[in-house]
Structure formats: structure tokens, C-alpha cells
Design a protein around this ligand. Structure first.
Ligand code: AMP
Ligand code: MG
Length: 272
């Protein structure tokens, strides 16, 4: 088996560094090939399943996984094909939509904080509080004086979560504009995918450069030791899945979750 660099090292946004997405190849595979990757992914999913079960049994850690990406980057596919390895009992998923009236009447972290993981859980965010410095910024939904404060607020919020025992891992799925075009077209053309097609996505596509700028700032300002961002080259779905599964597996393995050994049980108990 060929030796590959650690994707966790290679794809992590170093805290304090300035992300320039133009320098990232969204088709990169880091020497992996599709055939072999499918086998590696299958193994990675078994590993994830085992780690999550231990984490749930141990009731010690909390893990928050954030998935972000431009429209059609593959957030849903990643959820399905990678987080699908987890037992849903311990893995609450939240898909953040346009805020409801009640949500809008509160600060932007209100709806987010209540979905963060409880002990033993791996909570997955499909979109997240980062929308409040992405779509909100691109569409001027609040004044720039308001959204520009949010990077520090988000870092403070994530620091709170980590200090209270949460492990945070954030994935940015990076596709290029042509890949997005092809995927949106495919959604339209395929009757089994057309339900995902929104005319509004075509308007969003016109804001591509603004989104890239907003993502670059979120990645640069909010990748911290406590809550690192990983930029996942996502033009190739098989590599995206492999990379997310490997990094997540490495993060969970580091927590080293163990099945608890119940004490005060008699030895050699035989149930009759
Ligand atoms: P989807 O993920 O395709 O189901 O779409 C969810 C929509 O909700 C996207 O268009 C997001 O931009 C939008 N959305 C999510 N969070 C926010 C937010 N905080 N403010 C405004 N729009 C949001
Ligand atoms: Mg969408």
C-alpha cells in the first residue's frame, strides 16, 4: 500500500494563516486513486462506527462536527456517506436553514448552542453559525459593523464549548465554479435529483466571488487550535469522503474512547 501524507496535517488550516482558495486545487487527491480509496473508505467507515460506539458507551466526550461549503459542494452527500457510519442514536444532525421568526428574534448563536452535543454525542451541523458570516455577509442581511464582530464572537463561543469538554472539527468542502455548474445542471436534469434544484441557487451562483471571499475570512480568522478548519478538496466525491472519514477518524481516535468496565458486578455471573 502506498504511503500517503496525513490528510489531517495536509488539509488543516494553520491557525493564524491566511487562506487563499485560489491556491488550493479542488481536484486534489494527494496520491490516492479511486479504486483503492473505495476500499480505504470502507475500512474508514468501520473504524468510525467502532469509535462512535465507544464514545457513546463511555459517556465522557462531546464532539461537534461542522460541515460547510458552497451550494452543491456535497454537504448532504458527506453526511450520508461518511456520518452514515454512525449509530443515529448518538449522532444528532442539524441542518440550519433560513432562521425562523423566533430564531431571528434572538442572537444568532441561540439556535446553534441548543444543538451542540451532549455528553457521549457526536453532533453534526449541516451549515452552522458560520452562515452568519457567509450568506448574511454576502447579502448584507446585517450591517458590516455587525457581521465583522462575529468572527471574534464565534471564536469565543467555540472556546467556551471546548473549555466545557467539546471537541470541535470543521470541514469546508471546496469545489470550483465549473464543478458547481455541472452539479446544479445534473440536479435539474435528473428527475431523482430535481427536488434539490432551486432557481435561487442560480442567483447565489452569481455571488461566487463574494462567497469565496467570505469563506476565506471565516477559514482564516476562525481556524484555531481549539476548533480547526479543514479545507477538503471536494470536486471528486470519493476523495472528499475519504478525507473527511480519515480526519474524523483520527480526531476520534485521539480521544481514545473506551468501553466502560462496570464495577461491583459479581464475577462469573451465569444468567439462568
Ligand atoms: P439548504 O442547505 O440547501 O437546505 O438551504 C438552506 C438555506 O438556508 C441556504 O440558502 C442558507 O443560505 C440559508 N441559511 C442558513 N442559515 C442562515 C442564516 N443564518 N441566515 C440566512 N440564511 C441562512
Ligand atoms: Mg441548497
Amino acid at each position: 500500500m502506498p504511503d500517503h501524507p496525513s490528510l489531517r496535517e495536509a488539509l488543516r488550516v494553520k491557525p493564524g494563516s491566511r487562506v487563499r482558495l485560489a491556491r488550493v486545487d479542488p481536484g486534489a487527491t494527494f496520491g490516492h486513486g479511486k479504486k483503492q480509496a473505495e476500499k480505504e473508505l470502507a475500512e474508514g467507515l468501520v473504524r468510525l462506527h467502532d469509535l462512535q460506539e465507544r464514545l457513546w458507551a463511555e459517556q465522557k466526550h462531546k464532539v461537534l462536527v461542522v460541515i460547510q461549503g458552497i451550494d452543491a459542494a456535497g454537504k448532504g452527500g458527506t453526511l450520508e456517506h461518511v456520518m452514515g457510519a454512525f449509530n443515529p442514536a448518538g449522532c444528532p444532525v442539524t441542518s440550519f436553514k433560513v432562521p425562523s421568526e423566533e430564531e431571528r428574534a434572538h442572537d444568532y448563536l441561540w439556535r446553534v448552542h441548543r444543538r451542540t452535543p451532549a455528553t457521549g454525542e457526536i453532533a453534526v451541523f449541516d451549515r452552522s453559525h458560520y452562515e452568519d458570516v457567509l450568506v448574511v455577509r454576502v447579502h448584507d442581511l446585517v450591517p458590516s459593523t455587525v457581521w465583522s464582530r462575529r468572527y471574534d464572537q464565534i471564536n469565543a463561543f467555540e472556546r467556551l464549548l471546548v473549555e466545557e469538554g467539546t471537541t470541535i472539527v470543521k470541514f469546508f468542502l471546496y469545489i470550483d465554479r465549473d464543478e458547481q455548474r455541472a452539479r446544479i445542471q445534473a440536479r435539474y436534469d435528473d428527475p431523482t435529483k430535481r427536488w434539490k434544484f432551486r432557481l435561487g441557487d442560480l442567483d447565489e451562483r452569481k455571488h461566487w466571488d463574494d462567497y469565496i471571499a467570505a469563506f476565506q475570512d471565516a477559514l482564516s480568522r476562525c481556524s484555531t487550535d481549539q476548533g480547526p478548519w479543514y479545507v477538503i478538496p471536494a470536486n471528486r466525491k470519493w476523495f472528499r469522503n475519504l478525507a473527511v472519514a480519515e480526519i474524523l477518524g483520527d480526531v476520534l481516535a485521539e480521544l481514545d474512547p473506551q468501553y466502560p468496565v462496570p464495577e461491583d458486578l459479581p464475577e462469573d455471573l451465569v444468567i439462568t
